[in-house]
Structures are given as C-alpha cells and as structure tokens.
Design a protein around this ligand. Structure first.
Ligand SMILES: Nc1ncnc2c1ncn2[C@@H]1O[C@H](COP(=O)(O)OP(=O)(O)OP(=O)(O)O)[C@@H](O)[C@H]1O
Length: 473
C-alpha cells in the first residue's frame, strides 16, 4: 500500500517501532518479526498462556500481528491508517473465505512505555507460512505454478462476487499456508463496489497499477477502481510466476516500468512477454493485461478460473498424449521434407480470397519476420516464438482478435491483396504501420483467410488493394 508517487518500495521503519520477542501485545506475545510494509510491521505471535506453557515446536495457535502505529503521524496520515484498518476488519467480517487470510480480532494497543507504538492499531490474523514474494525469490517449481495462480483466481473470484475490489494484489499480499494453499491478504485498500466502481485512496504499488490508474482523476472519495484493476495485477503476477519474478514491462525502476505500462496502454508499445511464459499462461496473462478496462472486463476471475480448470484438467491427458504425438510429428516431418517452405500454396477459396489459378489473378508471398531475439534462429516452431494473424485488421491486433492458426519467423504466406489503412501496429523496434496483407489459411482452418500486419514482414509485394473489410467490432 505505497503512495503511487513513491518508488514503489516500502519505507524504512523507525527502529523504535520494533517490538522485541516476548513483548506482550494484548493477549499475544511476539515471537519474531515477519516483515514491514509502508504503514505496518508484521510479527509472529502466540497466545500469552501458550507462550508460557507450550513447547516451541507447537505452533498451532500462532498468529500474525499487524501493528499499524499512529503516534506522531499527521492527522491525515493517521486517518488513512484508521481507514485502512477499518477496511481490513470490514472485509474480514463480511467476506471470509478459505482463499482470504482469516482475521481473528482487532484492537488499539495501549503501550505507554513505548510511545512509538502506543495507540497503534493491531490486527490479529491467521499466520501464513510465507508469501508468494518469498517463493518467487527462492524459485517456484514448475508443478506449483498453475495451482498458485488458480488459488489467487479463486480468492479474487470470491472477492469480486462479494462486491469487493482488492486494489493491492501483488506477491507480498499472496500468502501461503503450510500446505502451499493461497490466502490473499492486506485488504487495507480493498473497497466495496457501489455500482460498477469502488473508491480507494491514491495509493497502491506502482508495478501492479493498470494503465487507466495512471491518469485517473482524484475525486473527493478517492480514485475510482473496478475489479478489472485486480485482473491487471493478476496478469503481472502470472508473468512473474513464470518468468522468475520479472515484470512484463521493461525498466529498471517501478517508475520506468510504469512509464512502459502507460506507453503500452496508449498503443505506443506492444506487450512483450518473457519467452519463458508457456503459451496457455501467456494467452491468459495477455487477456489480463488487455490495455483498457473495456478490453479487460470480459476476463473475469471466474472465467479465468474456468479456463485454468480446463487447462489443468487436460494437462495430464496432454502429457500422456505427447509421446504418441511426438512419434506422429517425426513421421509428418519426414513426409513434409520435400514440400518446401511456402505454406498453404494449394489452390482453392471459398471466401473471396483470390484463386491463384484464375487467369489474371495477382497473388504474392510475404515471409513472416519475427523481430523477437532468440526466435529467428529456431527451427522447432516453439509456440512461444509463434505470431498471430488477425481476424479483423480494423480492430486492435491483440488476443481475442487472432485466428487459432499461428505462424513463425521465415514462414512464407500467400497473399492476394493489401489494406493500407488498417489498425496501426507497432513492432518491437517501434516501427508503426497501418498496412496489412490478407493471407490465406490452410484447408480446414477455423478461418479461410486472416491478416498479417506489415510490421511482421519485410516484403512489400505489388498487389491490388483489398476491398475494405467490414469491421467485426
Ligand atoms: N498473516 C500473515 N502471515 C505471515 N506473513 C504475513 C502476514 N501478513 C503479512 N505478512 C508478511 O509481512 C510483510 C509485511 O506485510 P504488510 O502487509 O505490512 O506490508 P506489504 O504488503 O509488504 O507492504 P504495503 O502494505 O506497504 O504495501 C509482508 O512480507 C507479508 O508477506
């Protein structure tokens, strides 16, 4: 919960705030420091009685104490802390769920001997074994990743169903039980929706703010947020889980990455995900990271969860089927070896695409160019190096507007016309073009033809202009 104008890191705490092991806080005795955020310090603690009578290894009743000091703060800051605690307590009371960290009680600490924490607000929470941030730092195993993301989605789906927006989703706030199960935490910014929006103070963690938050006006009630803001943050987290903690947005600092988010949001830069993110999760993250609220809104936590369930359900079957497919692929490779590299040069058209055999018809070839480093030398048609072809060249070139058929660097596509005033597309080298080529797809494809943006090829064959397509928007 860091002010957006900060660098996104938590501030250093005054050491006088820190409570030593054994210090009594209400009915609890501090056992160790867990960590500190911008406005609070979190300690592990156990019930005072148990601290005296039970062996250290018995941690069944361990709790986490979130201590939010108010002493010495300006009245506005103190009000902010009180408001943040109120939100946490309210949400804990009304929207409890196995995927949300449990809140046991809250009270104001009386500690006249320690003025730094006297009057602090204390939340007594279920203690988690760690956070997703710690797991990312240590390295998440491949087998854990899907389950973690599904757990986060379950928590978000419950929050959104209950009419709340978390508004500060990030790996520090994804806590993990001893069994690895997910518990969302830190509801200090969570807000209840009134209609389609909720309002939050102008705080948050820069790396997880969607493009629209960077220009959101600050009204009397705060800044407007919608559930799609949590979905954006989820997209960043998915990327981090699969790309060793790396953000999908380039930049050495949270502010620089924030600038990259804004460029992307304004259509001035493409979304560039790490190649380590597997295709299914890449597509899911891309939907979460749709640049506008409107494009993101169809991707609810519920719908993402359903997609994950279907994917995880078929994963076992796919792994089992992979061996036999690998055998078939070897056979297919042998059979195709003499065919050459021009794809889909067979005749036929049902859809208005020019029949190359027709007298006088003009067709050309465009060779696919993938500017992404590491993808040009690969011959294995790795899905992570594949490029999409648009369904509609008048709509944004993004997930949701691409045909299922993928293409790779070096593929030759047959094209019969060019459209000069399609949707502008910017490539990885910041070249922008509104030129598109209509290309034909192989028999049996879901669409008979699709559109290649000119930034994805170096070729400029002489072709007639395409009849202007009616947008499918
Ligand atoms: N119930 C809990 N059990 C175990 N660890 C917790 C618990 N609650 C918070 N933590 C950990 O304590 C640390 C501090 O949490 P806190 O909520 O104060 O700040 P933050 O989320 O890191 O930052 P900020 O709130 O300023 O955005 C975090 O690393 C968090 O993972």
């Amino acid at each position: 919960m860091t002010p957006p104008r900060d660098a996104g890191d938590t501030t250093e705490h005054d050491r006088a705030d820190l409570l030593p092991p054994g210090h009594r806080v209400g009915d609890w005795a501090v056992t160790e420091l867990i960590g500190a955020g911008g406005w609070s310090t979190v300690y592990a603690a156990r019930p005072v009685e148990a601290a005296r009578s039970r062996p250290a290894r018995d941690r069944g009743d361990d709790v986490a104490l979130k201590v939010m000091p108010t002493a010495g703060l300006a009245p506005r800051q103190a009000r902010r802390i009180v408001e943040s605690a109120r939100r946490e307590v309210e949400l804990g009371r009304r929207a409890g769920h196995p995927r949300l960290i449990g809140l046991r009680e809250s009270f104001v600490l009386s500690a006249p001997d320690r003025p730094a924490v006297d009057g602090a607000i204390v939340l007594v929470m279920e203690r988690a074994a760690g956070s997703l941030r710690e797991l990312l730092d240590a390295g998440v195993s491949e087998g854990e990743r899907g389950g973690l993301i599904a757990g986060i989605c379950e928590g978000l789906a419950h929050l959104h169903r209950s009419g709340w927006v978390h508004a500060d989703l990030k790996p520090e706030n994804v806590l993990l039980g001893r069994d690895g199960s997910v518990r969302l935490s830190d509801f200090g910014l969570a807000t209840e929706l009134t209609g389609t929006h909720g309002y939050v103070p102008p705080l948050g963690t820069l790396d997880y703010l969607p493009p629209e938050r960077w220009r959101a006006p600050l009204g009397e009630l705060g800044v407007q947020v919608r559930p799609s803001a949590d979905i954006w943050a989820l997209g960043v987290v998915i990327h981090e889980v699969f790309a060793s903690g790396a953000s999908p947005f380039p930049g050495a600092t949270p502010l620089a990455r924030g600038a990259a988010v804004q460029e992307y949001g304004e259509g001035r830069a493409p979304l560039r995900m790490d190649l380590a993110v597997p295709p299914f999760w890449r597509a899911l993250a891309a939907d979460c990271l749709a640049p506008t609220h409107a494009a993101r809104a169809p991707h609810t936590a519920e719908s993402l969860l359903a997609r994950i369930a279907a994917h995880e359900g078929t994963r076992g079957a796919r792994v089992r089927g992979a061996r036999s497919r690998a055998r078939s692929a070897v056979l297919a490779g042998v059979l195709c070896a003499g065919v050459g590299t021009t794809l889909w040069s067979d005749t036929v058209r049902e859809d208005g695409f020019t029949d190359p055999d027709r007298a006088g018809a003009t067709v050309g070839t465009v060779r696919v160019f993938n500017a992404e480093r590491g993808c040009q030398d690969r011959a294995d048609r790795d899905p992570q190096c594949s490029l999409g072809l648009a369904i509609d060249p008048l709509r944004p070139y993004a997930a949701g507007n691409v045909v299922p058929t993928r293409v790779w660097h070096g593929d030759d596509l047959t094209t019969d016309c060019r459209l000069s005033d399609g949707q502008p597309v910017i490539d990885e080298e910041d070249l922008q073009s509104t030129l598109w080529f209509r290309v034909r797809l192989p028999h049996g494809s879901a669409y008979p033809s699709a559109w290649l943006p000119a930034v994805r090829t170096k070729d400029r064959p002489t072709l007639p202009g395409c009849p202007h397509p009616a947008s499918t928007r």
